[in-house]
Every structure is written in C-alpha cells, then in structure tokens.
Design a protein around this ligand. Structure first.
Ligand SMILES: [Zn+2]
Ligand SMILES: [Zn+2]
Length: 136
C-alpha cells in the first residue's frame, strides 16, 4: 500500500493528503518565503499527484525571479501557508510545507535554495546541496 501523509493547517480547517514518498525536500531562504512563512526559511516537500485537499483555501499568486508563477494556498481562518503549485506545471505535483505534517521523522532536506539569503546562524545538515539562487 502506498504511504499517505496529511498536512494540516494550524486550525485544522484545511488539509492536504499526499501519496508516496516526496520527490524532493528542500529549504528555501528567499525573502519571499521568509515573509510568507514568518520564519527564516521555508521547508518544502514536493509530491506527485494525486493528492486530496479538504477545506477552504485562499490563494495568492507570486511570480518568482525566473518568471514562474507560484499559486500559494493558505487557510483563510488561521493563515497557515499549506501548499503551492506552479502555474502550468500542476501535473508535476504539489509543494507542501513540511512543518504542517507534524512529523519529526519526515525525510530531511537534500537541497538548500537561495542560500545567498540564508541567515548566518542557520547551519545546513550534511548531504544538502546549496544553490545561491533558484537552480530551476
Ligand atoms: Zn487553518
Ligand atoms: Zn523561497
């Protein structure tokens, strides 16, 4: 049986259930991710479709430095940023906030993006490949 994981917003209203193992886990230190999460970096896991969303999400589309448009979904009640997709690339899957899984055994990140924006005190774990900006 394929493993399922559910990520849930802070109030429980919005959730997303994904299948299988993540296709990638990464950290993003860009200023937009710092602002949208309120944290000093975002931890994001990519999953292939299919996935199931329950509850209501508010959307915000942001254009990245490379011109890609990302559609962020967050809970209109508690404000948790839960997941996002890339416009035109929805078939590739969804990126989910790692913290929302509430699972300390979740696979560790292998990539660190916008490392040039990383706070000096944030130390990367072994085995992480760091990219100055977005390698995509
Ligand atoms: Zn919520
Ligand atoms: Zn970012």
């Amino acid at each position: 049986m394929t493993r399922q994981r559910t990520a849930i917003c802070g109030c429980g209203q919005l959730s997303i259930t994904v299948q299988g193992e993540p296709r990638g886990v990464g950290l993003c230190h860009c200023l937009a991710c710092q602002a949208r999460t309120g944290s000093v970096f975002a931890a994001i896991a990519g999953f292939r479709p299919p996935y199931e969303v329950k509850g209501q999400a508010t959307e915000y589309v942001r254009t990245g430095d490379q011109g890609a448009k990302f559609r962020f979904r967050f809970c209109p009640v508690c404000g948790s940023n839960l997941f996002h997709t890339e416009e035109g690339e929805e078939a590739r899957g969804v990126a989910v906030a790692v913290g929302a899984f509430g699972d300390r055994d979740f696979p560790a990140p292998t990539a660190s993006v916008y490392d040039s924006r990383r706070h000096g005190w944030v130390v990367l774990p072994d085995g992480v490949t760091a990219y100055d900006t977005d390698p995509d």
